[in-house]
Structure formats: C-alpha cells, structure tokens
Design a protein around this ligand. Structure first.
Ligand code: ATP
Ligand code: MG
Length: 358
C-alpha cells in the first residue's frame, strides 16, 4: 500500500534532525519495500510567518487533509516570533482541526543514555503515556468577575464528554492489550476533584469490562508523579486527562534521560484525518545551526509513524537500529547529549546504515 506523507521541517534544529529522520525513513522504505511519497512544505515555521504575517496559508487544511501522516520537526523561534503565535498558529491548529485526540509518548530508557534516576537500566523503564488531547481541563469555558477588585472571582470549567473520554480510554486499552504486560494505569484525583474524576474512574471501570485480559490500576496524580520517579518499572500504559497527561508526558520522558531522543505522536486513530509525528524537543535556538542536535527523537517519531501506518516491522527495525548504535557507544558517532562528540549527521548515518544492514 502506498502512503503520502507531508514533511514539515519547521524551525531551528527541526530542519537539522528532519534530514536524518528522512535518511532513516528512506533506508526503511528500501529495506521493507515501502511505497512512501514524501511532499515537503515550507509553512508552519517562523520564516514563513516573517514573510507572510501568518504561520499557515489559507488553504492549509485542504492541502494537508488527504495525507496519511504529517512528519513535523520543531516549531518556534521566540526571539523573532512569540511562542503563543508560532505554536497556536501551527501545531495547535493541526491538533484541533485534524481531531488528533490522542497524544502518545513512549517513555523508554535506551542503552547508553543516562537516566536522572539512579541505578536505572534499559528494560527498567518502558511504558507509554496516553494523553487526552482535546478537552478536559483545557476548556475556554469560564470567566472573570469583579476584575481588579478585592471581590475578584475567576472560574474555568473542566469539560469532559462521554465520547471524548471513552475514545481515549479505548485507545489506551487497545494499546495495553497489544503489550506483553497488558497493564493499564489510570491517572485520577477522585479524592479531591469530586465530580469529574469519580466519573472518569467509572468510565475506566466500564471500559475495562471489554478487556478482561488487561489488568487495571489507578493512582491519584500526586502519588502517580512520585511513582514515576520511585518506581518507573511499575508502568506499562498510563492513561490520563488533558492536564494530568500534559504533566506526565513531560515527566515520563524526562525520567529516561536526554530530551533529544524522545518522540511523540498526535493521533486521529480512525484515520479520518492525518496524524502528526514529532520529536518532543523544540527548536532549541541555543544549539541550532551547529549540527550537534540528537536526531533520535525525530527518527523515533518516524518509526512511530510507520507503525501507525501499519508497518510494525519497519517501525521496530528502526528502533532496533538506533538502540544498537547507542549500545555500541562510539563517541565519534554519538552527539554530545548522548556522551559523544559526533554530529547530527554522523548519528543519523550510523542508524541508517545499521538499518540497511538488517
Ligand atoms: P520549546 O519552546 O518547545 O520548549 P526549546 O526551543 O526551548 O523548545 P527544548 O526542546 O525545550 O527547546 O529544549 C531545551 C534544551 O534542550 C535546548 O535548549 C537544547 O539545549 C536541549 N535540546 C533540545 N533538543 C535537543 C536535541 N535534539 N539534541 C540535543 N539537545 C537538545
Ligand atoms: Mg523549552
């Protein structure tokens, strides 16, 4: 089956790591005989904004909607364009308009990458955070009263819908069912948030009846964050509302070492719209232009994209390839954040070659 992929490098190191993401993707396509058509777009980056006064052209939706996936680099250049403009004008538009209601982040400790948690080795940390990406605590429902006076009142509502919550729970249970441990952890706070969270717990329980093979537990968000640090080996698939998931999906990858290796996916599971795959890191202006950014976050995002498109074997082969290169620990190949003195290109090439060698 052929796939059309929209490639948007974005800003800063996004453009550098994308070159290596594509190098590895092409190596995967050759080895697994994949029919991928890549089309490059120069919008959704700050240079486009500086030239056109907006992040996206008027017809962006129609131009992107029929792609099977979007591979994004990184967006943002705070010195030239404020983050609320660059982010809101690009990524957040894609998430909303393409109904990418799942945010998925693997949290996996890789060989040779030092975890900030003491004595943790590869295999100890290997789980996913599934975040609800469209509703919940991040509603714009609410307002201010008596502004600027002593009587000032500020209200912001949490909006959860049965459709919105059930579809993210279903995705998380489906994912857990495919994993060897088949374990799902729910992030809750039903001891303090007395209306929405007990209902969230009820929806988890109701969904679990469809998955007798998946074991389920739940933690309040406060102790859950502590357990990410104390006992990361407890977790397999963790599902959370928008706010809790936002926190956990930064904490989880942080427990696995350098931000340069973490990937993420914004998914529309039904495939009605394209899903978007991007590294967790931003454009990193401090190291942009130096050729020293770690490309693994981008390469892993490309692997997640192939898996999403149904090419599980190819996605796994990419992960195996960068794990093997990291395990070899050749300082001439690895980037500085991974303990070497190589470049974005030496690391990208080594992974592509390893993948091609099979
Ligand atoms: P954002 O505004 O999205 O947070 P940012 O441009 O501030 O993005 P971050 O992704 O938050 O950058 O990264 C913080 C720091 O981590 C960077 O300034 C950089 O030094 C380092 N870093 C980020 N990505 C990489 C990478 N791929 N390889 C090596 N170091 C990285
Ligand atoms: Mg930052």
């Amino acid at each position: 089956m052929s796939h059309r992929i929209a490639v948007i490098p974005g800003d800063g190191i996004g453009t550098e790591v994308m070159l290596e993401g594509l190098r590895v993707l092409e190596a995967a396509a050759r080895r697994f005989d994949l029919d991928l058509t890549l089309e490059h777009f120069d919008f959704a980056c700050c240079d486009y904004y500086l030239e056109h006064g907006r992040m996206l052209p008027d017809d962006w939706f129609d131009r992107l909607k029929d792609f099977d996936a979007i591979l994004y680099g990184a967006v943002g250049w705070p010195e030239k364009v404020p983050d609320h403009i660059s982010l809101w004008g690009s990524l957040l538009q894609f998430r909303r308009q393409f109904d990418q209601y799942i945010n998925l982040r693997p949290c996996k400790l890789l060989p040779g990458i030092k975890s900030p948690l003491a004595d943790r080795r590869p295999g100890d940390i290997d789980f996913y955070v599934v975040r609800e990406n469209t509703e919940g605590e991040y509603s714009s429902v609410g307002g201010r009263m008596f502004e600027g006076t002593e009587r000032e009142v500020v209200i912001q509502e949490t909006v959860m819908t049965r459709v919105g919550v059930d579809r993210v729970l279903k995705y998380a249970f489906d994912l857990a069912a495919t994993r060897p441990r088949k374990k799902l952890t729910s992030a809750t706070k039903s001891n303090g948030i007395a209306i929405t969270m007990p209902w969230w717990d009820e929806r988890v329980k109701a969904m679990s009846t469809n998955y007798p093979d998946v074991s389920v537990d739940a933690f309040h968000i406060d102790i859950l964050t502590a357990n990410f640090v104390m006992h990361p080996d407890w977790f397999d698939v963790v599902v959370a509302s928008n706010l809790f998931g936002d926190i956990l999906s930064d904490l989880g990858p942080a427990c696995t070492g350098t931000i340069g290796v973490a990937p993420s996916a914004n998914i529309n599971p039904e495939g009605k719209f394209p899903s978007l795959f991007e590294p967790v890191h931003g454009s990193a202006p401090d190291i942009a232009g130096k050729g020293i950014a770690n490309p693994i976050g981008q390469i892993w995002s490309a692997a997640m994209m192939l898996e999403h498109l149904g090419h599980k074997e190819a996605g796994k082969a990419i992960v195996d390839a960068f794990e093997a290169v990291l395990a070899e620990a050749d300082p001439a190949v690895l980037t500085a954040d991974a303990g070497g003195h190589g470049t974005t290109e030496t690391l990208g090439r080594a992974i592509a070659e390893r993948l091609a060698a099979g």
